[in-house]
Design a protein around this ligand. Structure first.
Ligand SMILES: Cc1ncc(C[n+]2csc(CCOP(=O)(O)OP(=O)(O)O)c2C)c(N)n1
Ligand SMILES: [Mg+2]
Length: 658
C-alpha cells in the first residue's frame, strides 16, 4: 500500500512560486526574487480563494483583473500564470526569464503573454491604471447589469505608494467609491536603498483612510489572516487597501528581510539554504504534480464560472449590445463624420480647433455609444464634453463623462485602464503643456499599444496672456519623440474632424490632438479623402514651385498668407499642411517626395525646431520658437517672436534668391 500523501497546503502552493522565482532569477543572473518570495503567500490565498479567471480564455470580459503594480516582482506573475496553466507560459518561458524573445520580459509586458493585464515597472503606474480598470468595470456594470460583475486586485509595493501618482489614483478611487478595487500593499518596509525609514514616515493606512478607503491589514505569511482581510475588503463598499505585513525574500534564511534580496540573485548557497528551510526538495524548475493539481483547481473553478457566465450572456437581452461595446467598432462614425464635414465646408466656420474638436465630439458621442471621456478640470477650456454625456458620479456610473479633477497623471493612467478593460474607447483632456504631467502614462499607452486619445488644447504661444508657464514650446517635439504615438496638430475644423476619425479608428496606437485656443479659418475646400491621415499633403499647389511652405495647425494660416505675399511678387509658393509627422513618415517614399518637392522649404510652427529634420533639409529655413514664450495677447506674441507671414515670406525670398 502506498503511504498516504500529505494534502497540499497553501504554504506548499506558495513555495512553488518561491522556488520558481529563485530559480529563474538565478538562471537569468538578473531579476528581483525578494518581492515574489515575500508576497507568495498573499498571492496564493488571493488566487486560490478569491480571483476568478479562466486561462482557457484570457479575454473573458467578466474575469477578475489582477495587476502586479510592483512590476519588478515579475517572476510572481510568471510563476502564477505558469501554475494556473496559461498555454503560453510553459516552464521553458520561466527558464528563459529576461532573455531575448521570451515572453517573460524583465517587467510584465501587456500583450507579451496572456494574463498580463497591464504593463508595469514604472512604480505607481499599476495602481493608477487599476483605478481605470475598476472604473470601467463599474461603468460597464451600469450599462450591462448581470453581465459585468468583477473585481480588480492589485499588488503594490512601498515604491508604488511613495510615487506621487498613487495620491491622484487613491483620491480619485476614494471619491468615486470604487469598491471593487482591492490593493494589497506589500508592506515589507524595504526598498532598494534599505529600510523605508530612510525616506518616509507616512502612515499609509491613515492616508488611504483619508481618501475614503477601507483599510485593513494582515500577516502576509498567515493564509487565514490574509483571507480574513480580503473577505473584509470585499464586504466593504469602499475601495480597500490591505497592509500585508510581509518579509521580503521570505524563506531565504540568511537574506530575508533585507534589501539584499530586492534585486539580485540569491546565489547558489542561499538557494540551497532556502530549499532546506522551506522543505522544497525538487530540482530547479520542477513542481510536484500534487502542487500542480492544487493550482489547476483554481483554474477549474474559473472555468466553471466562465461557463455559467456564457450561459447568462446567451440568455441576456443585452447580448448584442454587450458584444458591440466589446468590439467597439468605429464603423458608424464614418457616415456621421462625412455629413459633419460636408456641413463644415458649407458653413466655413472660423473656430479654434479646440472648438472644432467639440463639434466633432458631438458627432462621435452620437455615433459611438461606447466612447467615454473626461478632462482634468478643464472641461470648459478643453471643450471635451458632448452635450449628451452625463457625468460619472459616485454610485452612478451610467454616465459617459469623467471629471478627473486636477489629476493629469492619474487621468492618463486611468485612461489606460479603461481602454485595457475593454468595452470602451476613451479620451481625456488637459492643456498641452501639461502633457508633461501625463507623460509616464502616455509612454506606457504607446508601449502597450492602447488606442486612447489625448485632447490637449492651448497648444502654443497662441494661447496668449497666460504666459510661458502655459505655452508649450518643446512639448510637441518631446511628444513626437515617443514611439507609437500619433501626434496630430490640425489646422482647421475639417482636419480636426479627420483627426478624430484617425483617433477612433486606431487599434494599437494612442493619438494626441494638439488643438488651438485661438480661432482659425477653414482652409480646406474638400473633405472627400481623409488627407490628415496622410500626415502631410499639398494644401495649395502652384504650377512650378519656387518654394514650399510647410506648416502645422495654427501656422497654416500664416503659410497661406505668406504664399499670397510671395505670389504678388512672382514667387510661386506651394503650401503643405503637415498635421502629423508620424503618419507622414509612414507614407510611401514617392508620396512623401511628391508632397515635399525639390524646391527650397520653409517650415513654420510656433514651437522649437527639433524634429523638423523629418521634412527640412540642410539649408532650408524654419520659422518658430527658440526659447520660452511670454505673457501678452497672442497677436503681439506672434509678432514679437517673428512667427509672421512677413517673416515666412522673407525666409522664402532669401532661399529662392528672388
Ligand atoms: C518610477 C520608478 N522609479 C524607480 C524605479 C526603480 N525601482 C524599482 S523597484 C524600486 C524599489 C521599490 O521598492 P518596493 O516597492 O518597496 O519594492 P520591494 O523592494 O519591497 O520589492 C525602485 C526604486 C522604478 N521601477 N520606477
Ligand atoms: Mg518594499
Amino acid at each position: 500500500m502506498n503511504a498516504p500523501t500529505k494534502p497540499v497546503s497553501e504554504k506548499d502552493m506558495a513555495n512553488a512560486i518561491r522556488a520558481l522565482a529563485m530559480d529563474a532569477v538565478q538562471k537569468a543572473n538578473s531579476g528581483h526574487p525578494g518581492m515574489p518570495m515575500g508576497m507568495a503567500d498573499v498571492a496564493t490565498v488571493l488566487f486560490n480563494r478569491f480571483i476568478t479567471l479562466d486561462p482557457a480564455d484570457h479575454r473573458w470580459p467578466d474575469r477578475d483583473r489582477f495587476v502586479l503594480s510592483a512590476g519588478h516582482g515579475s517572476m510572481l506573475i510568471y510563476a502564477l500564470n505558469h501554475l494556473l496553466g496559461y498555454a503560453d507560459m510553459p516552464m521553458e518561458q520561466l527558464s528563459s526569464f529576461r532573455q531575448m524573445g521570451a515572453r517573460t520580459a524583465g517587467h510584465p509586458e501587456y500583450g507579451h503573454a496572456q494574463g498580463i493585464e497591464v504593463t508595469t515597472g514604472p512604480l505607481g503606474q499599476g495602481i493608477a491604471t487599476a483605478v481605470g480598470l475598476a472604473l470601467a468595470e463599474r461603468m460597464a456594470a451600469a450599462r450591462f447589469p448581470g453581465l459585468v460583475d468583477h473585481w480588480t486586485y492589485v499588488i503594490a509595493g512601498d515604491g508604488c505608494l511613495m510615487e506621487g501618482i498613487s495620491h491622484e489614483a487613491g483620491d480619485l478611487a476614494g471619491h468615486l467609491g470604487l469598491g471593487r478595487l482591492i490593493v494589497l500593499w506589500d508592506d515589507n518596509k524595504i526598498t532598494i536603498d534599505g529600510d523605508t525609514a530612510l525616506s518616509t514616515s507616512t502612515d499609509q493606512k491613515a492616508r488611504f483612510a483619508a481618501y475614503g478607503w477601507h483599510v485593513g491589514e494582515c500577516d502576509a505569511h498567515e493564509p487565514e489572516s490574509v483571507a480574513t482581510a480580503i473577505a473584509a475588503a470585499k464586504a466593504d463598499p469602499r475601495p480597500s487597501l490591505i497592509a500585508c505585513r510581509s518579509i521580503i525574500g521570505f524563506g531565504a534564511p540568511n537574506k530575508q528581510g533585507s534589501h539584499d534580496v530586492h534585486g539580485a540573485p540569491l546565489g547558489a548557497d542561499e538557494i540551497a539554504a532556502a530549499r532546506a528551510n522551506l522543505g522544497w526538495t525538487d530540482a530547479p524548475f520542477v513542481v510536484p504534480d500534487s502542487i500542480r493539481a492544487a493550482w489547476a483547481k483554481v483554474s477549474a473553478r474559473g472555468a466553471v464560472a466562465r461557463a455559467d457566465w456564457l450561459k447568462t450572456l446567451a440568455a441576456s437581452p443585452d447580448k448584442a449590445a454587450f458584444e458591440a461595446a466589446q468590439a467597439a467598432d468605429p464603423a458608424p462614425l464614418a457616415p456621421a463624420m462625412a455629413a459633419h464635414k460636408a456641413k463644415l465646408l458649407a458653413d466655413k466656420p472660423k473656430v479654434a480647433t479646440r472648438k472644432a474638436s467639440e463639434m466633432a465630439l458631438e458627432v462621435v458621442a452620437g455615433a459611438l455609444p461606447f466612447v467615454v471621456g473626461g478632462s482634468a478640470d478643464l472641461t470648459g477650456s478643453n471643450l471635451t464634453k458632448a452635450k449628451s454625456q452625463r457625468p460619472v458620479k459616485p454610485g452612478d456610473f451610467g454616465g459617459a463623462y469623467i471629471h478627473y479633477g486636477i489629476r493629469e497623471h492619474g487621468m492618463a493612467a486611468a485612461m489606460n485602464g479603461i481602454a485595457l478593460h475593454g468595452g470602451f474607447r476613451t479620451y481625456g483632456g488637459t492643456f498641452l503643456v501639461f502633457a508633461d504631467y501625463c507623460r509616464p502614462s502616455i509612454r506606457l499607452a504607446a508601449l502597450m499599444g492602447v488606442p486612447v486619445t489625448y485632447v490637449m488644447t492651448h497648444d502654443s504661444i497662441g494661447l496668449g496672456e497666460d504666459g510661458p508657464t502655459h505655452q508649450p514650446v518643446e512639448t510637441i517635439a518631446s511628444l513626437r519623440a515617443i514611439p507609437n504615438l500619433t501626434v496630430l496638430r490640425p489646422a482647421d475644423a475639417v482636419e480636426t474632424a479627420e483627426a478624430w476619425e484617425i483617433a477612433l479608428n486606431s487599434t494599437c496606437t494612442p493619438t494626441l490632438l494638439a488643438l488651438s485656443r485661438q480661432n482659425l479659418p477653414l482652409v480646406r475646400t474638400d473633405a472627400g479623402e481623409n488627407l490628415t491621415a496622410k500626415g502631410a499633403y499639398v494644401l495649395r499647389e502652384v504650377a512650378k514651385r519656387d518654394v514650399t511652405l510647410i506648416a502645422t495647425g495654427s501656422e497654416i494660416e500664416i503659410a497661406l498668407a505668406a504664399a499670397d505675399i510671395l505670389a504678388a511678387e512672382g514667387i510661386a509658393a506651394a503650401v503643405v499642411s503637415a498635421p502629423s509627422f508620424e503618419l507622414f513618415a509612414a507614407q510611401p517614399a514617392d508620396y512623401r517626395t511628391a508632397v515635399l518637392g525639390t524646391a527650397p522649404r520653409v517650415g513654420i510652427e510656433a514651437a522649437i525646431r527639433q524634429g523638423w529634420d523629418a521634412v527640412l533639409r540642410e539649408g532650408d529655413a524654419f520659422i518658430g520658437m527658440t526659447g520660452f514664450g511670454a505673457s501678452a495677447p497672442a497677436p503681439a506674441l506672434y509678432a514679437h517672436f517673428g512667427i509672421t507671414k512677413e517673416a515666412a515670406a522673407e525666409a522664402a525670398r532669401k532661399l529662392t534668391g528672388k
